[in-house]
Design a protein around this ligand. Structure first.
Ligand code: GP9
Ligand code: MN
Length: 616
């Protein structure tokens, strides 16, 4: 009897912590299920949803025991504030990017273009409900400051139980996803399996851990990626070398998705110039955006190095001191190409000023090289038209042949443009972002058209090849319903995948070209250019395939471990048949999943271990 009474007394000491725990636990489950759309496919998924945040929440609240002898009410309130803050930040970030916050992204927040200008737009009045527990607990704890004393023995028992729950839930997560930690880039899988809080702890540990990789790496670590990338099937085509010795002009088209090509708004073409250009070029109409959190910089990185971007943060920001074997290096060595990037934003954005040196660029024309005024700017900076006009005055004096990239800016979220620059009316969907988007794309199209005209005037056009590509999606999943409305498409996983396509147009003056509908990704752009320039070498330790001969069943791999092949698509851990659009048995995707894991893993090893320094 005494024992029971004793136990009851013990438990009652934890009443307050228990109540707070219950509120936070329920809140986390609701946010996971309703906010993060966690996939529930089995009983195990339900179980994981219920337990995987419990242990970590207990540990977080357990800190409050250690502030004083008594549970300090202030420390409990702080724990609620911090936990709710993390959860809410995750929720807002997820609403825009359908992704989870990582440690590196916090250090490059000034570069996170999406949520910055529109955080308020991402909020909903319902979100206030997330803070109700804070108000209740605050009110209660204000009245009852003196909470019970907890003995060291009780504290240890509490924490033992908490760690045990964490252990059990991680083990259950591993039963669900055996490659959980090898596929740490699949953050959706991570959060589903081990919950948002354990995920954040893992992410911090992982990021800190990989910083040690360069210290322990050695030349032998390059063996397996060298052998793997050497064994890639690289067929030749009769286009090999057709552009030998020509200038290369890459145009990175900000946020430009493939659906705008040959589409109209109110009877008017969204991209009249690009539409005419594709008639006269190699137009790849099934190229997928493979960027991750580094957005524009990720696309630049893939094209210059043939490596995958990192799963979290931008390589430009995280690994600028690495050795790279990039396009400028290869072309300089072989044919003494001069290389330059033109971009009207601040040089330090995405750490470009530092990274371009590592990538071997001779010159970076950034904001300070342009005349930027209030009149000629919008949103992020100088508008595309004055940007190209001013760029040509530099370009005409560059030593030839050159390898150059022009990065446009006007078509950037939230797609702002003065009325006089809007060459077509806004679309009339339910989604304003989409309505504005078509006008900024139309503006960009016109600016590119005039750029071509100026290059013809300067006599540069004939001696150059042009590679125009959309850097990544512009309309995030949140706003996609507007695109579906515009295009009269259904909102299905397959159609969502289709919207991840970006245009790739390779224009070789004097060569007829054609539309090529085999699948590919941004990582394949580099070997395709090298092929046209007649370069056989330089493709070791890079993962792209020449798009003119790309094997159709090799997966186009996304940074979250998803992929698309000719037959299948794998997204959010579901395997779909692309023809029917229906989910199929997961094992049909397994061989490709294995390739994705291998390539992403090797690419990460190269970057985290700075392995290319061993191959000089
Ligand atoms: C900024 C521009 C846009 O300089 O490249 O960056 P994004 O937000 O698209 O990565
Ligand atoms: Mn971009």
């Amino acid at each position: 009897m005494d024992k029971l009474k004793h136990l009851r007394q013990k438990v009652s000491k934890f009443r307050m912590v228990g109540a707070v725990l219950l509120l936070l636990w329920l809140k986390t489950i609701i946010v996971m299920a309703a906010g993060f759309n966690i996939t529930i496919q089995s009983f195990l998924d339900v179980l994981l949803l219920l337990i995987n945040s419990l242990g970590s929440l207990m540990i977080a609240l357990g800190f409050s025991f250690y502030f004083r002898k008594r549970i300090h009410s202030f420390s409990l309130i702080m724990a609620i504030v911090i936990i709710t803050g993390v959860l809410y930040a995750d929720l807002l970030y997820f609403r825009f990017y359908s992704d989870f916050v990582t440690l590196p992204i916090l250090f490059q927040f000034k570069n996170v273009g999406g949520i910055g200008p529109s955080t308020f737009e991402l909020m909903s009045p319902w979100d206030l409900l997330l803070f109700t527990d804070l108000i209740i607990a605050g009110w209660f704890l204000k009245k009852k400051r003196k909470l019970p004393t907890i003995t060291s023995k009780d504290k240890s028992a509490y924490l033992t139980i908490a760690f045990f729950i964490v252990l059990i839930s991680v083990a259950a997560g591993l039963v669900r996803s055996p490659y959980l930690f090898q596929e740490a880039y699949d953050r959706e899988q991570m959060v589903t399996a081990i919950g948002p809080y354990n995920y954040h702890v893992f992410d911090i540990g992982y990021v800190l851990g990989v910083n040690l990789n360069p210290l322990i790496a050695s030349k032998t670590d390059t063996d397996s990626p060298v052998n793997y990338t050497k064994s890639k099937k690289n067929d030749q085509s009769d286009l090999f070398g057709i552009a030998e010795g020509k200038n290369v002009i890459l145009i990175s088209m900000e946020s430009t998705q493939n659906f705008v090509i040959n589409n109209k708004v109110d009877g008017k073409d969204i991209t009249p110039f690009l539409n005419s250009l594709v008639e006269d070029s190699f137009y790849f109409d099934q190229i997928y955006d493979q960027t991750a959190q580094g957005k524009t910089s990720d696309s630049e990185f893939m094209i210059d190095t043939g490596l995958y971007p990192l799963a979290s943060g931008s390589v430009f920001v995280r690994k600028p001191e690495n050795t790279f074997k990039s396009m400028p290096h290869i072309l300089k060595k072989k044919d003494d190409y001069y290389s330059a990037v033109f971009h009207g934003n601040e040089a330090s954005f995405w750490n470009r000023d530092i990274m371009y040196e590592s990538l071997g660029y001779d010159r970076f024309y950034s904001k300070k090289d342009y005349e930027v005024t209030e009149e000629n700017s919008v949103n992020y900076g100088i508008k595309d038209l004055p940007f190209f006009t001013q760029s040509v005055s530099y370009l005409k004096d560059l030593p030839q042949p050159f390898y150059t990239r022009f990065i446009t800016l006007t078509n950037h979220f939230p797609f702002l443009l003065e009325e006089e620059d809007q060459l077509i009316p806004q679309a009339e969907t339910e989604v304003d972002v989409v309505n504005r988007y078509v006008t900024t794309v139309r503006y960009e199209d016109d600016a590119i058209k005039r750029f071509f005209e100026k290059l013809k005037d300067q006599g540069i056009y004939d001696d150059s090849i042009f590679v125009l590509y959309g850097d990544h999606y512009g309309i995030s999943e949140k706003y996609e319903p507007g695109v579906f409305e515009l295009l009269g498409m259904e909102d299905t996983p397959l159609n969502h995948l289709q919207l991840q396509q970006v245009p790739l147009i390779i224009h070789v003056p004097g060569v007829k070209g054609k539309t090529i509908s085999s699948i590919g990704g941004e990582i394949d752009i580099r070997p395709t250019i090298l092929h046209l320039l007649g370069k056989k070498s330089g493709e070791n330790l890079s993962f792209g395939h020449n798009l003119f001969t790309r094997v159709p069943n090799h997966p186009v791999i996304f940074r979250d471990g998803g992929f698309v092949t000719e037959k299948y698509m794998y997204k959010d851990n579901i395997c779909y048949n692309r023809k029917s659009g229906q989910p199929v048995l997961g094992n049909q995707c397994n061989p490709y999943k294995e390739i994705a894991r291998k390539e992403l893993g090797m690419s990460d090893d190269i970057i985290y271990g700075d392995l290319l320094r061993f191959l000089e």
